[in-house]
Design a binder for this molecule. Structure first.
Ligand SMILES: CC(C)(COP(=O)(O)OP(=O)(O)OC[C@H]1O[C@@H](n2cnc3c(N)ncnc32)[C@H](O)[C@@H]1OP(=O)(O)O)[C@@H](O)C(=O)NCCC(=O)NCCS
Length: 222
């Protein structure tokens, strides 16, 4: 895997990874795809690339319209796409001003294939509704981490996105990150417990199937 750094026309920082490896165990038959050189890169979410958040069939779960964490209203089809998109873009505008970078999109050969969103817990009112909560005020909350296409999971894209978030937060002086993981399923809210344990998180509080997990960076909150 080879790493390059550059800047695109919108002046967004880009770090690129060229994947050249073979998939050894490939139940989805994608090995031929991954034997070729796949160009994985990322962009920090801004008003310019918000339209690139992955979209898929299931409204309102589709990333561009999903405002589950940004609101405490009932989460169902009653919210219109227009209202959800407006809420999402208002959220990014306001939180970017106050908190700084708060989202990352992963692109594989220029197709957006993954997405993550994070900020101080106060920016995600839904966190209060979880039995294992609330997240600590000294931490940043990871709200979304999602690789929508199942056939692209297990190939390192989730780890790639999470590592970008961890390094971004460490550079900014934050001391810890927390999220709700899930036991017994790989879906919702931010992904399976096993994934987070592998990435050095520990279970901080567990009241139901959505334990609060935490990773500390060993630095002090600004
Ligand atoms: C969780 C998720 C982001 C992980 O991304 P991914 O690209 O599939 O994971 P990676 O390939 O980067 O895996 C990184 C490591 O975690 C491990 N891992 C991945 N999924 C795992 C699982 N379900 N259980 C245990 N370990 C897991 C991998 O084996 C790998 O370990 P290694 O470093 O020792 O090889 C992805 O599976 C996903 O999007 N799941 C759905 C999450 C969801 O529903 N979110 C709701 C919307 S926010």
């Amino acid at each position: 895997m080879e790493r390059t750094k550059n800047t695109n026309k919108n002046n967004l920082k880009i770090v690129s990874f060229w994947f050249c490896g073979k998939v050894i165990d490939d139940p989805n038959g994608l090995s031929s795809l991954w034997e070729e050189r796949m160009h994985l890169r990322h962009e920090i979410v801004s008003c310019r690339n918000l339209k690139d958040l992955p979209v898929f069939r299931l409204f309102p779960y589709s990333c561009q319209y999903c405002v589950y964490w940004e609101s405490t209203e009932d989460f169902d089809e009653k919210v219109t796409k227009e209202k959800a998109q407006r809420l999402k873009s208002d959220w990014f505008r306001n939180v970017s001003k106050e908190f700084g970078d708060c989202g990352v999109i992963a692109y594989l050969d220029n197709e957006s294939v993954g997405y993550t969103q994070y900020a101080l817990p106060k920016f995600f009112p839904r966190v209060q509704q979880y039995a294992s909560g609330p997240p600590s005020e000294d931490s940043v909350f990871l709200a979304y981490l999602y690789i929508p296409k199942r056939e692209l999971r297990g190939k390192g894209i989730g780890k790639y996105l999470l590592d970008i978030v961890l390094s971004n937060l460490q550079k900014r002086g934050y001391g810890a990150i927390e999220t709700y993981a899930r036991k017994g399923s790989e879906s919702n809210p931010a992904g399976p417990l096993g994934f987070y344990l592998k990435k050095g998180f520990f279970v901080k509080r567990e009241r139901d199937e959505f334990p609060l997990v935490r990773k500390e960076f060993g630095t002090v909150m600004p």
